[in-house]
Design a binder for this molecule. Sequence first.
Ligand code: M6R
Length: 367
Amino acid sequence: EKGGFDHFMLKEIHEQPKAYRDTIRGRVHDNGRQIDLKELNITPVQIQNIRNVHIVACGTAYHAGLVGAKVIEQLVRIPVASDVASEYRYSSPLITPDTLVIVVSQSGETADTLAALREAKAKGAHVLAITNVVGSSIARDADDVLVTLAGPEIAVASTKAYSSQLIAFYLLGMYLAQVRATQTEDDIAQMIMALNALPEQVESMLENSDAMKAYAEQISHHEHLFFIGRGLDYAVAQEGSLKLKEISYIHSEAYAAGELKHGTLALIEEGIPVIALVTQEAVLEKTVSNIKEVKARGADVMAISHEEHIAGLLKSVDQAFAIPKTLPLFTPALSVVPLQLLSYYASLARGNDVDKPRNLAKSVTVE
Ligand code: M6R
C-alpha cells in the first residue's frame, strides 16, 4: 500500500509530479495559450465584478492560501486578504456580493473552514472551494469547486495536497487574469509553459534528495531553528516551519527576513540553524543582508536558491541547495519540496512516527 516507500509521507512527496500533471490536465487549452476552467459556475460578468478576495483555510491549506493571495494580487491586481478559518468566522468579515471567498481544504471536512464557508455564503459572497475530496461537505456547500487531483493523502503531514493547491491557485489566478484581461495572451502562454515544466523539475529534485537527508540529520540534534524569506519565500518558510514542527517536534519559527531585527535577532546564537529561502530575485540582495545579520551572530545558514545564485550565496552562507529555475511566482511549487524532505528525514532521524505525529489527526472535524 505504501508502494515500496517506508512511509506514506515519502510516497506522497514522490507523487507530486503526478499530482501536478493531473491537476493541470484538461485545464489548459490545446493551443497552450489559454486556461479553461469549465467546471466553474462563476460567470465572466461575476469575475469582472469581483472587488476583493478572501482566502480562508487552516494549517497547511492556509499556507497554500498565502501563496494564492500573492498570485492573485500580482496577476489580477485585486486586493486579497487571507485568514485562518478559526479567526475569520468570528471576525465579522467585510463581505459584499462582489467578494469572492476562496476556501481551501484537502479533506473538505475541516470544521472551522466549513463554518467559515457557511458564514461567507450567508453574507452573500460567492464561495469557491479548492479541495481534494469531490464529495466532501465543503465541496457540497460551495458555489464552485476547483478540485486538486492529488489522490488520497494518508500521512497526517500534508505534502502533495499543499503543492497541488498551489497549482490550483496558479490556474485560478491565470484564469481570472485572462477574463479580466490583466495579463496578455503571451504572458499566459509563457506561464503555461513554466507550469507544464514543474512536474519534471520536481522529479529532478526528488532524484537528488541525499543532500537534504544529510542536512536533516545534522539539524535533527537541534531544538530550535529559524526559516527566513521575503515575499513568496516567506509564505513557503511558514509551511516549512509547520511541517518540521509537526513531525520532527523541533521548535522552529518562520520569519519575514526583514523583520528579524525587530526582536527575533535576540534569539540568534552560536550554531543555531537558519534556513534561508532566497528565490525571489527582486529582493535577493535584501535577504542576503539579513543572512549577514544572522551570520554575524553565529548562525549556521543553509540557503535554498536557484543554481545561478549559489556561488554568490556561498560567500555568505555555510551550505546551499539549488532548486530548478522557474518564474518567480511558481517557485513555491519547487522550493517546498526540499523542506518536505527536510522534515521527513529529521523526523526519521529522531525516531518519530512520521505518518502519525503525536497529538494530531488527519482531519480536524471539531472546532
Ligand atoms: O483537510 P484540510 O486541508 O482542511 O486540513 C487543514 C489542516 O488541518 C492541515 O493542513 C494540517 O495543518 C496538516 N496536518 C498540515 O500538514
